[in-house]
Design a protein around this ligand. Structure first.
Ligand code: TYD
Length: 217
């Protein structure tokens, strides 16, 4: 089963993923937690190029193809093998990030993005996408605090440094994507406490499993 987590910076995806993984382990499963960009060996190099503010201005298209290269390698090296082995994959960001950031944020054509992404993924879609939705100011404040604590202001700050407007477009884009595919998406109110976010994620996961009427494979 393939579960993806989406949202603007500071929505709380990493905390939600680690709690959900713990929950799955308690149920006797062996989940794989991974992320984009940076889930593969190649991806870790691409991640530093993509997120480092010192990379400077990348053209939107160059940026897009780096994210897609990261995704293609990540699927081949990590995601597909885990799914084939029957594991649950919890992935921090996937195709919807490309549609939201490069499409709604940067203004690249959504239909073109869908077809290029299809080429990178071979059409692999998540079974469930948890969209952690948070007002932009709240998300950016949280991300700022996290960056300060981790000392990542320059090394991973290229997107955090984008304008409020950019992040508003990304957030609105995510909500539009979720409205198009209500069966795949669950919207989590992520301005709440971390405990409450985890409960909402858990309940969406359980609902999805129940609706699918099968186990976690
Ligand atoms: P990351 O540090 O993982 O952000 P977060 O902790 O908020 O998830 O950085 C990933 C950044 O890359 C994030 O700003 C979103 C951006 N991104 C895209 O623009 N397009 C994509 O396809 C992906 C996967 C990420």
């Amino acid at each position: 089963m393939f579960v993806t987590f989406e949202g603007i910076e500071g929505a709380g995806k990493s905390t939600a993923i680690s709690h959900l993984a713990e929950f799955l382990r308690e149920q006797g499963h062996d989940p794989v937690c991974t992320r984009e960009p940076g889930g593969s060996v190649l991806g870790r190099s691409l991640r530093s190029l993509l997120l480092d503010a010192r990379t400077g201005v990348l053209s939107s298209r160059a940026e897009l193809f780096l994210f897609l290269a990261d995704r293609a390698q990540h699927l081949a090296e990590v995601v597909r093998p885990a799914l084939e082995a029957g594991q649950v994959v919890l992935c921090d960001r996937y195709t919807d990030s490309t549609l939201a950031y490069q499409g709604y944020g940067r203004g690249l054509d959504i239909e073109q993005l869908r077809s290029l992404d299809q080429m990178a993924t071979g059409g692999l879609k998540p079974d469930l996408t948890l969209l952690l939705d948070v007002p932009v100011r709240c998300g950016l404040e949280r991300a700022g605090e996290r960056n300060k604590a981790l000392g990542t202001v320059v090394a991973e700050g290229r997107f955090d440094a984008e304008s409020l407007d950019f992040h508003e477009r990304v957030r609105a884009g995510y909500l539009a994507l979720a409205a198009e595919e209500p069966d795949r998406f669950a919207i989590v109110q992520a301005a709440e406490s971390p405990e409450d976010i985890v409960l909402q994620c858990r309940s969406a996961l359980e609902t999805c499993l129940h609706l699918r009427g099968r186990g976690l494979d």
